[in-house]
Design a protein around this ligand. Structure first.
Ligand code: PEP
Ligand code: MG
Length: 755
């Protein structure tokens, strides 16, 4: 059963349109359950109807024709109750509805199972028998499993644009947005440029091309180049190879010369597809053929074919790899947007970022924030593969995307964007003013930085120093660990830029979702694994180089503060302090005029909350990383769009944790700041003021908004806002409450589009 199931799911994953996927499912399910009929009804959101998408056993002419409203017939009942229905004689059921078009007169046994994804009914899969019979437990379990697997596969394929629904693009030409998550505030209107990882067949987006000759030539050149590659490889290591390996090379060459692969791809190109898309479809189709074979040897060949497919794709991408033409108003769209993808777009052309993965605390959001570009993340419903070149409106406040919206939506957002410009220009005036409450409390605002490109805006933002310099970014954009002198130069630029203001350099915090291309870490649970201080303590040779570079960078400036990430116990702090002391003494012994910097730790692992006093006696300051703290307190992966709606820094538990952290640190008079994304959120900033934190560190782009909040609320008003917030038991209610407070002060425009 499991093998059958796997094979079906595998096949469905490779289907490139919904008809094909559905046809595979119904044929395989009917066969493996020995049923007389298997049908899939998909719920079309646009039409609000169940549509018979595929059937094996019903009249083929009824496919695509039979449509049921949500409450209609047994299919409607399964969808409505979100429960399976197992009947020995369907016509006896009061909700049974006879549908003439399907020619279903002679069927009695009925089993219907809803296909549900993210609590949403996507369709119903039905099997029927001519005879009267209830389906047994194992059959029911099989269909339930199929439906659950399919829900993900269908949603995923749909999101990638590999499936063409009956209605066109989900928001095509109408004013319904795709609902995702806010990544960075602001409104962006422009054209989608879809970026994707190379040599990944599944990531190739759909693109039209009318230049058939060029596309065919590109494919032929790619095939020729790979033929040469394989022959050269075979020739160079031939003597050492066993017969089996030689056979593999020969099989690859045979496949490469196969008329089927070439002709089918060329036929697709002639139909208007670009070469990578045509090649992807041909490989998927052929691999699927192999996968459906019963002979295990032949089934295995599907993997070889996919491998070959990737190799040719890599060649093809070498051929076609010219940086995309970034239009004047580019909205960068991708499954996952990396720092390098962002860096490739000329800054003046980038007006928005959309990432399928991620939440408001993932690094793409943080980068977009730092660059002041509106971003929407966790856009799992976006048909990425089909929107290259489409006009998009990105609402980074609410996490909404409009695809090819009508003029009225564009006009509305142009209007909001203009209002926004006015608001930002108005906030500019705050730059020179202190971050002081009307009753005279000064709450220092610091900058979060790490990209050299955001250094100038941070310096000019009026920040009172750097609260968080993420050293991993300069590590990420290199091809090897930067050397001591290289690092010293980078750090000195920051320290000098802010002199005499303090600069907090955080030691390397890789792992989790921040990978170094030259230091890959493969883990099942990367966020619970080897990250931050855990790596650097295990690699003192890397840590000591960084510590020396930091201290030497500060010679003569002496505005360095050191921050240790991912601390979860006292021993880590002691060990790190020991290494810091060692680096200091070694440098002093070598005659370098370094000074011992202040040392602080990040509070981002919940265990720290319960050892604040012990830790406070060892370090000089604390900095709360609310991005990770929220993820670990709520057990919600900050990058997983499936659970992203559960990720919320305004959760009452997070607020209570913050209160405890601040009182713990203050017991020993140690200052505590916040450097996670919460600090840059005007709503959360009001609460943090009430909680009594000693500083907030945020991207330069967020600073004016947060300063506006601080300058408009007294400490006692902020404390009252906090007390009221604590009366609520959920984040949504707290958010609404804080929004109201901002609206009452005429500051609503800080957290939504418009004035
Ligand atoms: C945090 O976790 O809140 C933080 C500031 O660190 P990072 O986002 O780099 O993990
Ligand atoms: Mg962190």
């Amino acid at each position: 059963m499991l093998a059958t199931l796997r094979r079906i799911v595998q096949e469905v994953n490779t289907a490139h349109d919904l008809e094909q996927a559905s046809a595979i499912i119904v044929a395989r399910v009917k066969q493996s359950m020995s049923a007389d009929v298997c049908s899939i009804y998909l719920f079309d959101q646009g039409l609000q109807q169940y549509i018979l998408m595929a059937s094996e056993g019903l009249n083929p002419a009824s496919v695509g024709v039979v449509r049921l409203s949500p409450g209609e017939g047994l299919v409607g009942l399964v969808g409505e109750t979100e429960e399976l229905l197992n009947l020995d004689n369907a016509p006896d059921h009061p909700r049974y509805r006879f549908i003439a078009e399907t020619g279903e007169l002679s069927f009695h046994g009925f089993l219907g199972v809803p296909i549900i994804h993210h609590r949403q009914v996507m369709g119903v899969v039905v099997v029927r028998q001519c005879r009267r019979c209830r389906f047994d437990e194992s059959e029911v379990a099989f269909l339930l499993t199929i439906a659950a697997q399919l829900a993900g596969a269908i949603a995923h394929a749909d999101a990638r644009g590999e499936i063409k629904p009956f209605t066109e693009l989900p928001a095509g030409g109408d004013n319904r947005p795709i609902v995702a998550l806010p990544g960075a505030p602001g409104v962006g209107i422009g054209h989608a440029v879809v970026v994707y990882p190379l040599a990944n067949l599944d990531a190739v987006p759909h693109r039209q091309s009318n230049d058939t000759a060029t596309e065919i030539l590109a494919l032929e050149q790619a095939l020729e180049a790979e033929r040469n590659n394989i022959q050269a490889l075979e020739a160079s290591i031939h003597p050492a190879l066993g017969a089996e390996s030689r056979a593999l090379f020969e099989a690859y060459l045979l496949m490469l010369n196969s008329d089927t692969l070439i002709e089918k791809s060329i036929a697709r190109i002639r139909q208007g597809c670009w070469a990578p898309g045509a090649w992807r479809d041909t490989i998927n189709e052929q691999a699927q053929l192999f996968e459906s074979m019963d002979d295990p040897y032949l089934r295995e060949r599907a993997d070889d074919l996919r491998d070959l497919g990737r190799r040719i794709l890599a060649q093809l991408q070498n051929e076609v790899r010219r940086p995309p033409d970034y239009p004047a108003q580019t909205i960068l769209v991708g499954e996952e947007i990396s720092a390098t993808m962002l860096a490739e777009v000329p800054r003046e052309r980038l007006v928005g970022v959309v990432s399928v993965r991620g939440s408001s605390a993932s690094h793409v959001a943080i980068l977009a924030h730092a660059m002041g570009v509106p971003a929407v993340v966790g856009a799992g419903e976006l048909p990425v593969g089909r929107i290259d070149g489409c006009e998009l409106v990105v609402d980074g406040y609410r996490g909404r995307i409009f695809v090819s919206p009508p003029q009225s939506v564009c006009d509305e957002y142009y209007h909001l964007a203009r209002e926004e410009e006015v608001l930002v220009a108005g906030l500019e005036g705050l730059r020179e003013l202190p971050a002081e409450t009307p009753d005279g409390l000064h709450l220092p605002l610091y900058a979060n930085t790490g990209l050299l490109s955001d250094l100038a805006p941070s310096i000019e933002s009026g920040a009172e120093g750097v609260g968080l310099y993420r050293t991993e970014f300069p590590f990420m954009i290199r091809e090897r660990f930067p050397g001591e002198e290289e690092q010293r130069t980078i750090y000195r630029e920051v320290l000098k830029g802010f002199l005499p203001r303090p600069v907090t350099l955080r030691t390397l915090d890789v792992g989790g979702d921040k990978a170094l291309p030259y230091f890959p870490i493969e883990e099942e649970n990367p966020f619970l694994g080897w990250r931050g201080i855990r790596i650097t303590l295990d690699h003192p040779e890397i840590f000591l180089v960084q510590l020396r570079a930091m201290m030497r960078a500060s010679i003569g400036l002496n505005n360095l503060q050191l921050l240790l990430p991912m601390i979860s116990n006292v021993a880590e702090v002691d060990h790190a302090l020991h290494l810091i002391g060692r680096a200091y003494h070694e440098l002093r012994d070598a005659g370098e005029q370094v000074m011992m910097p202040q040392v602080g730790i990040m509070v981002e692992v919940p265990s720290v909350i319960y050892q604040m006093e012990t830790l406070a006696s060892r370090v000089d300051f604390f900095s709360v990383g609310t991005n990770d703290l929220t993820q670990y307190l709520l057990a919600v992966d900050r990058n997983n769009p499936r659970v992203a709606s559960l990720y919320d820094g305004l959760h009452p538990a997070v607020i209570r944790a913050l209160i405890q952290i601040v009182s713990g640190a203050h017991l020993l008079d140690k200052p505590v700041g916040v450097c996670g994304e919460m600090a840059g959120d005007p709503l959360a900033a009001l609460l943090l003021l009430g909680i009594g934190v000693d500083g907030l560190s945020m991207s330069a782009a967020s600073m004016p908004r947060v300063k506006a909040v601080i300058r408009n609320f007294t400490v006692s008003e902020a404390r009252e806002a906090l007390d009221q917030a604590l009366q609520y038991d959920n984040a949504a209610a707290i958010r609404e409450h804080l929004e109201q407070l901002l609206e009452q002060q005429g500051l609503g425009g800080l957290v939504r589009a418009g004035k």
